[in-house]
Write a protein that binds this ligand. Structure first.
Ligand code: AMP
Length: 393
């Protein structure tokens, strides 16, 4: 989480904390045709007769907040936290799971699609994951998508007898989602289906070309996956997914996102472009385990305070250092000096400050350099901060 927040904060994104509970209408308006909304939501009626849902995802809440508060655009935000979906729990699929993500509202530029893809890509790279593949696709403009859906409808309807019963039901609701079918009996028919790339308008093609060229120039490898469609009407242009190499195929998506230029409007706001992604942290950590890479350990502190008089001096000095902007840590529970020095070493601190009864009586402190051969020395307590600042410079 820290790795993610550092990266997105450095890119100009501000944190938003969407609520865990929303009026169920927020999600209904966003995804009435999806399983996430129709089958997997935890919902209840509260004491005031309001129909409430535990959030299954956070994009809808971010767009609801945008409509409600009308911030200036571009509005670049990031979030982190749990979501809830009523699913059959298995490895990589849980009823409560954590996501981190970003959303940007108010910008149509394809270079923004590249920016958000890069943020996710760099996050996986920073964790040390090597086996993450980027899949991208474009759904074109709304009218391209409309013509494509019609072509799919005609194609699947003409071959109805070879389509699985479940996919026939899906076809009646949304022909795009038939392409998501993992059923073996559907695969041959799907592989012969019309391709979205044959339906792009010149503008849609130019947008997608810019995204591909930009990713190539940045050295980010990708594959075009024309089956990467999102069933909902407000998705357009770029869609993308990060696929983990070590996870089972039904749960191998570590994260995904895309453009949803019609979503704010669906929630009652003005026509506003949007793009974003969500990354599943639970699956990302499973992938880290599988690849034998682990989330970075906490950053080293600069100073470790060793107090063998009970702990109060460590409290005063640690708080004083932190207020002055110096990172510092200490031990608790009155440990022996030997044990505290071990912790000091493990903390990665550059120097230790040691306080015993003699130092308290004389209003002094011992400074011991931990990463050089220099001897420890005594300073007066009032000179402690300048001496430490000098040690660390
Ligand atoms: P989605 O919001 O469905 O596009 O999912 C985005 C990411 O969240 C996925 O790629 C997964 O990594 C993660 N995710 C979604 N549903 C679950 C779940 N039930 N359990 C664990 N992770 C999930």
């Amino acid at each position: 989480m820290g790795t993610f927040s550092d990266a997105v904060t450095a890119a100009g994104y501000g944190q938003i904390i969407p609520p865990l509970l929303e009026d169920i209408g927020v999600f209904h308006r966003v995804g009435e045709a999806t399983d996430v909304v129709t089958k997997e939501m935890y919902d209840f009626v509260d004491k005031g007769d309001r129909h409430i849902a535990l959030r299954p995802e956070q994009t809808a809440s971010v767009c609801r907040a945008f409509v409600q508060h009308g911030p200036t655009t571009p509005w670049k935000v990031w979030y982190a936290g749990p979501n809830f979906r009523y699913e059959r729990p298995q490895r990589g699929r849980f009823r409560q799971f954590d996501q981190v993500g970003v959303e940007v509202l108010g910008v149509e530029d394809p270079y923004l699609d590249i920016e958000v893809i890069c943020l996710a890509w760099n996050f996986f790279a920073q964790l040390g994951l090597q086996q993450v593949a980027l899949h991208i696709n474009s759904l074109g403009e709304p009218s391209d998508r409309e013509r494509y859906m019609q072509a799919l409808q005609e194609y699947f309807s003409a071959n109805l007898e070879t389509l699985s019963a479940a996919s026939q039901v899906t076809l009646a609701k949304n022909p795009l989602r038939v392409l998501d079918s993992k059923r073996p009996e559907d695969q041959e028919l799907i592989s012969g289906a019309p391709r979205i790339s044959d339906f792009y308008s010149p503008q849609a093609k130019a947008h997608f070309d810019t995204v591909q060229e930009g990713l190539s120039e940045l050295g980010i490898a990708f594959v075009i996956n024309e089956k990467l469609v999102r069933g909902l009407d407000y998705y357009r242009h770029t869609t993308f997914e990060f696929v983990g190499g070590t996870l089972e195929s039904a749960q191998n998506a570590l994260g995904g996102g895309g453009r949803y230029d019609g979503l704010v409007e669906a929630l009652g706001g003005p026509s506003t472009a949007g793009v974003g992604f969500a990354i599943g942290l639970d699956r990302t950590l499973l992938a880290c385990d599988d690849e034998g890479v682990f989330a970075p350990t906490p950053e080293d502190v600069s100073v470790f305070v060793v107090d063998i008089t009970g702990g109060k001096e460590a409290m005063l000095i640690t708080q004083g250092l932190r207020s002055a902007g110096v990172s510092a840590d200490r031990a608790f529970e009155g440990r022996s000096i030997k044990s505290q020095m071990k912790l000091a070493d493990r903390s990665g601190a550059t120097v230790a400050i040691i306080i015993g009864p003699d130092e308290v009586a004389a209003a002094t402190a011992v400074i011991r350099p931990l990463r050089s051969d220099r001897e420890q020395y005594i300073v007066s307590r009032k000179d402690l901060l300048p001496s430490i600042t000098k040690e660390l410079s």
